[in-house]
Design a protein around this ligand. Structure first.
Ligand code: DX5
Ligand code: ZN
Length: 227
């Protein structure tokens, strides 16, 4: 099971130190939320800040692009040290070429889906991705409540993965705390993004271990190891 703390909930004034703190606390991936003020009504940070995280840690950098024009951003984020880049299925006919471009940059390929979008939208791309990111809040802000109506999407993603013999991660993002992580684990998730749910705890290290223990106990489904 993968625990991916989101730096959106960290102290931006000491970004590098916060990234290093996540590494020391035992986070598996570092989740970096890129918001462009257009695809979502908020602006976060750009490649220079991802570079700071890359220099401060050896962590796997999971870059989530909530952006209307990721085509102009993939190369800068790749150069800044992204290990995985996730783009949204809501971009429609551009998705196929975006996934191809991420792959051609030598990065892991992620595809995200917003709560109102039907899960069938991602079906044509399942063979081309390493991670399916199921948004469990409407993207744009940290600290929002989990939308439980998204859980059937996690179940469907798992059913497809098993039926098709694929290996993509099923990642959930938004409103993930100890309780909602357990619900997602029972539905079939194996990667958990959490901002407020982890950074709001007294000890990040204890919180990460606790979340890992809960989802390992509650979840029965792990993706097959990449071959
Ligand atoms: C939401 C972002 C999330 C965000 C989650 O738009 O994609 O990754 O950081 O924050 P929490 O865990 O606070 O809901
Ligand atoms: Zn995110």
């Amino acid at each position: 099971m993968i625990i991916a703390p989101s730096l959106l909930a960290a102290n931006f004034a000491k970004f590098g130190k916060e990234a290093a703190r996540v590494e020391r606390a035992g986070g598996d991936w570092l989740h970096l939320d890129i918001m462009d003020g257009h695809f979502v009504p908020n602006i976060s940070f750009g490649p220079q800040v991802v570079r700071i995280a890359n220099e401060a840690t050896d962590m796997f950098l999971d870059v989530h692009l909530m952006c209307s024009r990721p085509e102009i951003l993939l190369e800068p984020f790749a150069k800044a040290g992204a290990d995985s880049m996730t783009t949204h299925v809501e971009l429609g006919e551009r998705v196929e070429s975006l996934l191809w471009k991420i792959r051609s940059l030598g990065k892991k390929v992620g595809l995200a889906i917003n709560p109102p979008t039907p899960i069938t939208a991602v079906q044509p791309f399942l063979k081309k991705i390493d991670t399916l990111l199921i948004m469990t809040v409407n993207p744009g802000f940290g600290g929002q409540p989990f939308i439980s109506e998204t859980l059937p999407k996690v179940q469907q993603a798992l059913a497809w993965r098993e039926k098709m013999g694929l290996k993509y991660h099923i990642e959930v993002d938004g409103g993930i705390n100890f309780q909602t992580a357990a619900e997602c684990a029972r539905a079939g998730a194996d990667a958990y993004v959490s901002g407020t749910g982890l950074f709001g705890e007294h000890s990040l290290k204890t919180a990460i271990s606790k979340m890992r223990r809960i989802v390992t106990h509650e979840g029965k489904h792990f993706p097959p190891k990449a071959g």
